[in-house]
Ligand binder design. Structure first.
Ligand code: SF4
Length: 669
């Protein structure tokens, strides 16, 4: 008997039209948990580095996390894993909503796609019945529209649909997969789905999931719910709203956007818009939100209502994801009504709300700078809003200049030349990042930006406050009920962190403290991504209901294999290291682990070198960021070590880096 998981994957060969239900190895679950962990193992085993993103040999894996579909509040994440067309490295993007629990109820932990369908198809999974169906009538349709049409066609209103829009069909490098109440957006995973000829995966399940020790598990779930209620009633004082409570509901509920609009750079810019948030703007935006927001909604089995259905005038209703609320608005120097309107189109087309506005603003900068000319933009409207709609349409359909822009700023700049690369100033590992331009180097964030392989800083940070609290009294009050820490030393790190003087950034926290902090933050995110837990209830907020102390008990009583904090930490380190090994094997080296040059105004090259050296050593990686033999053997990843030796990975000094990965230069195997 398997507990929490079903013990079966669905393997679909799209080239041959072959569908198989494959029993999985329970030992893999103990070693790599599930979700991202077992996805990484499958990619390591079956996708060699010469396989590029749009190869039929690339896999596209949709996984439900280990505890998805159980009564654990907020455990609903689908983890989509593949090789990214943007970076040619591993992409693993998460989406909430209802899809992953439904897959479990249908009797599967993962759907693994390989090959390419000669025609556009969708996959229909209803418990044991699985079909590949014609989707030619859905070509070019929006992702939300597709979901609606398929549910009508199948007469299955409760089916959950993960679909792509035009961007995915046209292999836009930042195409997303949309799923009604959420989306998996980073790394261009929607482009891989489109390349495989799959418009949608539709799931309806009616089976049960078994728990190893149900009474114990339910007791733990009840404790989590009680704590959520407590945290909702007791926001953390002295921090910005998004960090004061759990989830990210305030984006849809709270009208005050002064902090976000004035402190972030937006679009492709290098400047903040200080003084943007006036009383008039606040009033206008409140009215707009009140008119267009029709309902607050949650993901499966969660009370937090982080999302909202938005109905812009004359457009169909869609679900707004928190961060998209501002990205288009601010990039186009426009207002919220425009932002909510274009986000509807962008959601239907299926593009990443992080990258798309940056790429569009980048194109307009190149036009203003004379690097691109008016001839490159035939019919471009004069107004900023019209220009953004024009660009969105051209990018998602790869029309004209949109064909180049659809590859993202890194690749587009290379293709355009003529100095365009100076304008692609916001990339790490070839992908657009949060366009922040800050003053003083923050050593914790330096390490997260440099070494993160999740391609999204908001998916790496959390747990430890982003800045010191002004007074010692406030810090003492904060640490009093901070039981989530894995070790008491974190309290001391925070207590001694000052805004000014010797114990302030960039030299405090010290490199060794930064290693502890970054490692803790990253570990919690990786555990969430294996279990299928929403980061909004675990790794992202301060003082969350899920943490290193109750997770082992949930895994033990839910999945039935014994885990304590040490073995859970080791399992997370195992598959985190495997993620790095996959990217190492694809050519990623130290030279790639660089935050953008203008991310902070005040940089400290010697300190940055020390930080990276110390962190690599802390993680058991060599000076190139490659996991060492000792590390790999300790984690039971001997097979990785042997492959590294066979491929001469340790002899590589890192000069080539993933600027020229095997997939870009070598012959596909
Ligand atoms: S906290 Fe918000 S994003 Fe997370 S599962 Fe709940 S509703 Fe979804």
């Amino acid at each position: 008997m398997r507990y929490a998981e079903t013990g079966y994957n669905l393997e679909i060969d799209l080239t041959r039209g072959n569908i198989e239900r494959v029993a999985t190895n329970p030992e893999d679950s103990q070693l790599y948990l599930g979700g991202l962990g077992t996805n990484a193992k499958i990619i390591w085993d079956r996708v060699p580095p010469e396989v590029e993103a749009f190869s039929p040999n690339n896999l596209l894996i949709f996984a439900a996390g280990l505890l998805c579909g159980t009564p654990a509040t907020g455990c609903n994440r689908t983890i989509v894993t593949t090789i990214s067309p943007m970076t040619q490295l591993l992409a693993f993007s998460m989406m909430g909503g209802f899809w992953a629990p439904e897959l479990k109820y249908a009797g599967y932990d993962k759907v693994i796609l390989r090959g390419k369908s000669p025609d556009l198809v969708y996959i229909w999974i209803k418990d044991d019945k699985v079909e590949i169906r014609d989707a030619s009538h859905l070509r070019g349709k929006g992702a939300i529209e597709t979901a609606k049409l398929i549910c009508e066609e199948l007469k299955e209103p409760k089916a959950q649909v993960a679909a792509i829009g035009a961007a995915g069909e046209n292999r836009v490098y930042f195409a997303s997969i949309e799923q009604g109440r959420s989306s998996a957006s980073r790394g261009g995973i929607g482009a891989v789905m489109g390349d495989k000829g799959v418009k949608a995966i539709v799931v309806r399940g009616t089976k049960d999931i078994h728990l190893a020790r149900p009474a114990e598990y339910m007791q733990l779930c009840d404790e989590v719910m009680e704590y959520i209620k407590f945290r909702n009633a007791n926001p953390i004082p002295g921090v910005m709203p998004i960090l004061a409570i759990l989830g990210s509901p305030q984006e849809m509920k709270v009208h005050d956007e002064k902090w976000h609009t004035e402190n972030f750079m937006w679009g492709n810019s290098r400047e903040r818009r200080k003084g943007f948030w006036t009383d008039q703007v606040a009033e206008d935006w409140k009215q707009t939100m009140d008119q267009m927001r029709t309902r607050l909604i949650s993901c499966y089995n969660c009370p937090m209502t982080c999302g909202a259905t938005i109905s812009p005038p004359g457009k169909s209703t869609y679900m707004m994801k928190c961060f998209s609320k501002l990205t288009y608005t601010m990039a186009a120097f426009s207002d919220l009504a425009f932002g909510l309107g274009i986000a509807q189109a962008a959601t239907e087309h299926g593009v990443d709300g992080f990258s798309a506005p940056q790429v569009m603003a980048f194109a307009l900068e190149l036009l203003e700078a004379g690097i691109l000319s008016k001839d490159d933009f035939p019919g471009l409207p004069d107004d900023s809003e019209g220009r953004f709609y024009w660009l969105l349409d051209h990018i998602v359909h790869r029309k004209g200049i949109g064909d180049i822009l659809a590859n993202g700023t890194y690749w587009a700049a290379k293709q355009i030349g003529n100095g365009a690369e100076a304008y692609a100033h916001n990339n790490i590992k070839k992908q657009e990042q949060l366009p922040l331009k800050l003053s003083m180097l923050n050593p914790i964030y330096f390490l997260m930006y440099a070494t993160g392989e999740k391609m999204n800083i908001t998916q790496i940070e959390g747990q430890f406050p982003q800045a010191p609290f002004p007074t010692r009294e406030e810090r003492e009050a904060f640490v009093k009920d901070w039981f989530q820490v894995p070790d008491e030393k974190f309290k001391q790190y925070f207590l001694d962190w000052e805004g000014r003087g010797d114990n302030s950034i960039p030299y405090y926290p010290t490199p060794s403290m930064c290693c502890d902090i970054v490692d803790w933050q990253e570990r919690m995110h990786y555990i969430d991504d294996a279990l299928g837990m929403c980061a909004g209830l675990s790794s992202f907020p301060l003082k969350p209901p899920y943490h290193i102390h109750n997770y082992p008990k949930l895994i033990s009583s839910g999945a039935g294999f014994d885990m304590d904090e040490a073995s859970l930490t080791k399992a997370a380190k195992r598959y985190r290291t495997l993620v790095r090994a996959i990217n190492t094997r694809r050519g990623m080296r130290r030279i790639d682990e660089k935050p953008p040059a203008n991310h902070w105004k005040k940089r400290f090259p010697e300190l940055e070198k020390e930080l990276l050296d110390t962190y690599y050593a802390f993680k058991g990686w060599n000076e190139q960021g490659i996991p060492t033999e000792e590390t790999l053997r300790d984690l039971g990843l001997d097979y990785v070590y042997e492959e590294f030796v066979k491929r001469g990975v340790y002899a590589d000094e890192g000069e080539a880096s993933s600027q020229a990965t095997p997939a870009e230069t070598g012959k596909e195997v």
